[in-house]
Design a protein around this ligand. Structure first.
Ligand code: PEP
Length: 245
């Protein structure tokens, strides 16, 4: 468990200049005892004022560093727009854009070599959980990164997001989340115990102001990746406040 929690907002394909304004206003009163990351649509990144209260992240990046890839964004472009983090391997990208573990690794490499911190999203589907394959799925997703580039996990944040909990209103229970986070940490320790102790493991999946406190008291939960509730500035602020040391 790391000392300071990280609360990350994933706006997905939502938001507006008005929401940038509302969220930045809310966060001005936040203390430094929690780290906050906002991942808006890339077009909004450059509209956030530079602030000590939050960092910015992109929701995706190209596996290429530049060139003739119409519609894509490189690590350098999102850095220039203000990002210092990037979400990689979100389940919506794996599901709707056919992102494989191999592609996720390439994107992580691009991110790390350009100086971005990847937030590697992993998690099982409902069927995989019902078949009691949660640990197997997660072990495979982590091993895919470690096998190709062992140095990347140490430079990443990990977000455990059970696919069945994303956007459904059905969060994992604190105990379910803790069990899987502890498993993730044990897996990381197999690769490198120093990395396992220091890498932040966020929980994501229907986190809100009402359920976050119980999640944050779990030993291996180092913060949250918040989708829907991050679009409501006051509720997002409450979640950030609950995560203070
Ligand atoms: C997400 O998209 O990463 C997420 C966790 O969404 P929600 O909080 O809406 O379940």
């Amino acid at each position: 468990m790391t000392a300071k929690k990280l609360i990350a907002a994933n706006w997905k394909m939502n938001g507006s200049l008005a929401l940038v304004e509302a969220v930045t206003q809310q966060l001005t009163s936040l203390s430094s005892s929690v780290d906050v990351l906002i991942c808006p649509p890339a077009t909004l990144l450059a509209h956030f004022p530079v602030s000590q209260h939050y960092s910015l992240g992109a929701q995706n990046l190209s596996e290429h560093s530049g060139g003739a890839y119409t519609g894509e964004l490189s690590a350098a472009l999102v850095i220039e727009a203000g990002a210092s983090y990037v979400l990689v391997g979100h389940s919506e990208r794996r599901q709707y854009f056919a992102e494989t573990d191999e592609l996720v690794c390439l994107k992580m490499q691009q991110a790390v070599s350009a100086g971005l911190t990847p937030v590697l999203c992993i998690g099982e589907t409902l069927t995989e959980r019902q078949q009691e394959n949660t640990e197997q799925v997660i072990a495979k997703q982590l091993a895919a990164v470690y096998a190709s580039h062992p140095e990347l996990l140490a430079k990443s944040v990990i977000a455990y997001e059970p696919v069945w909990a994303i956007g459904t209103g059905e969060s994992a229970t604190p105990e379910q989340a803790q069990t899987t986070h502890a498993f993730i940490r044990r897996q990381l320790a197999q690769f490198d115990s120093a990395v396992a102790a220091k890498v932040r493991i966020l929980y994501g999946g229907s986190v809100n102001a009402a359920n976050c406190q119980a999640l944050f008291t779990q030993a291996d939960i180092d913060g949250a990746l918040v989708g829907g509730a991050s679009l409501k500035p006051a509720e997002f602020m409450q979640i950030c406040q609950s995560a203070k040391e």
